[in-house]
Design a protein around this ligand. Structure first.
Ligand SMILES: [Zn+2]
Length: 285
């Protein structure tokens, strides 16, 4: 089973996670920029983080045979902090980078006017750069959050096929599907969506435009829920081809719209054991 996790925050994960992911079949990931669990106090903090998503993290992933791309944005939560607003002006210089395959994650957290403005500006940036957008839908008040998200997408210059609506569930899947956007489902260990609920949604809605991700980060999460979804699909009678469509071909098709996706698994890089002089070994060479 080959797996492309289209939404995972590897910066928060360990090398043991990379090993387990590779063993489970993960060969490619997209890491969206997001918040750190505590507020950043200055734009420079974002820029160091973006640079890590562009340099250090792909290097680390490559040591474990996993292709790493990222999405760059001012996340919804910190869009409410005026100290972070200048980040928006600097995004264009990141959105031209080779391994940036979308603008994201953008969308709503608490559905404030500041979030409206940041979402609108960043959907426009995606359209201007001919990039897809990864749009986070709120974990609270999901139906209203999706409606407000879809209103913003419809007002924008970005075509629905360039939008991935993430963190969907049974209450939002129908309306999201009717929008023409791609549909993302984040599977968590014990709350929100899980593999069995995912299988039921795939049974009722099919495998077209459907993406499954672990959204694993610094919180309670599991980078192997994608594999668990694949196993649950097979146990429920889906074919290997259908599993491959959901876990590999759909994310490749969505992020491939950037024109920058390279899913050739890099393999442990014998010749490149350091990134800017630093290695993942401690004190070794
Ligand atoms: Zn996320």
């Amino acid at each position: 089973m080959r797996i492309f996790d289209p939404h995972i925050h590897m910066t928060s994960r360990t090398t043991a996670d990379y090993e387990a992911m590779y063993a489970a079949g993960v060969r490619a990931v997209v890491e969206p920029s997001f918040w750190l669990g505590q507020p950043r106090t200055a734009p420079a903090s974002f820029f160091d983080y973006f640079d890590a998503l562009l340099g250090w993290e792909p290097f680390r992933a490559a040591q474990y045979g996993i292709a790493h791309h990222c999405t760059i944005a001012l996340n919804p939560k910190e869009a409410n902090d005026p100290r972070c607003a200048p980040v928006l002006d600097e995004l264009p210089r990141y959105l031209v980078k080779d391994s940036v395959v979308a603008v994201g994650e953008i969308g709503y957290d608490s559905m404030t006017p500041a979030e409206d403005a940041a979402l609108e500006a960043q959907l426009q940036l995606a359209a201007d750069h001919e990039l897809p957008a990864l749009v986070h839908t709120p974990h609270r008040d999901k139906a209203a959050g999706l409606r407000r998200t879809l209103d913003a997408v419809r007002r924008s210059d970005l075509a629905p096929e360039l939008v991935l609506l993430d963190h969907l569930n049974e209450t939002t899947v129908d309306e999201a599907r009717d929008s023409g956007c791609w549909l993302g489902f984040s599977l968590y260990p014990d709350t929100k969506m899980d593999p069995d609920r995912m299988v039921r949604i795939l049974r009722s809605h099919g495998t077209e435009r459907m993406l499954v991700n672990s959204a694993a980060d610094w919180g309670r999460s599991d980078p192997l829920t994608t594999r668990q979804a694949g196993d649950a699909m097979l146990a429920a009678g889906f074919t290997e081809d259908e599993v491959d469509q959901v876990l590999w071909r759909n994310p490749v098709a969505f992020y491939g719209q950037s024109g920058r996706l390279d899913t050739a698994a890099p393999g442990p890089a014998a010749g490149a054991a350091t990134h800017e002089g630093n290695s993942i070994l401690r004190g070794g060479s």
